[in-house]
Write a protein that binds this ligand. Sequence first.
Ligand code: AMP
Ligand code: ZN
Ligand code: FE
Ligand code: FE
Length: 279
Amino acid sequence: MAGFDLHTHTVFSDGTTTPEDNVRDALAVGLEGLGITDHDTAAPYERALAAADGTPLELVLGVEFSAERGGRSVHVLGYWIDPGYAPLAEELERLRDERTHRARRIVGRFHDLGIEVAYERVVALADGAPIGRPHIAAAVVETGAAADLREVFDRYLADGGPAYVEKHAVHPVRAVELLVASCGVAVLAHPGLDGPRDGTGGIEHELIEAMAAIGLAGIEADHPDHTDEQRRRYRDLAAALRLEVTGGSDYHGAGKDNRLGSATTPREIVERLRAWQHA
Ligand code: AMP
Ligand code: ZN
Ligand code: FE
Ligand code: FE
């Protein structure tokens, strides 16, 4: 399997695998390169680098930055950022704190719905990582109120669901601005996953145009949860806006069905992306 899988998570956010697992499995499936893109944190970098050292695997270190508009999530991938750049580091830290407060509020929503999930259990499952909805969903499954994570999301936790609470995150245009200012390259993650997941949803093109105007470099058109029609639509939009088209699996280990390497980006596009760094 040639190419780079530019979107994977680890236990440093809401994935269930370690950085060492991702590196080993990426080599096993024959990937040339691997993106490490945990939600709102650069914490896995050191371990990923150590694991890839001496192997042919090329790492692309990044974050999946949580932004929101109109109360719904917009995720922006930021590659090759300087995690020490203060305005970005401060926003990421604020986001991680916000995730803790929000987890408490979401657990409260579940209690209102008659589902007695324990906040302490959610914290234990996150094990020091920024708390994400999949941690809460896993704790809900343990109570027996749902059979699996998908059911928890479909019934309660998807954006706008009865247990959903927004994060007070920055606007997506500001997210791009912060990532670019930290010497990073910004790519809009899975734009089709906004709203209904049957192919009729998707982030409005006006917002993507505004993000492009401030320095967005690419659109993740190839994502396992996109329909073929969505992949085509975002490819066309990227071409019209002169943006790169990327692919990534959004691998979360056991936390999601997405298989490592199930969407990839060719090397030449990774090289073009890299050239956006100081553009
Ligand atoms: P959070 O960052 O806490 O808002 O959680 C975002 C994560 O929750 C995503 O990375 C996905 O892993 C998962 N997620 C969000 N919406 C859904 C959904 N509708 N179905 C399944 N998983 C979802
Ligand atoms: Zn996630
Ligand atoms: Fe995402
Ligand atoms: Fe992701």
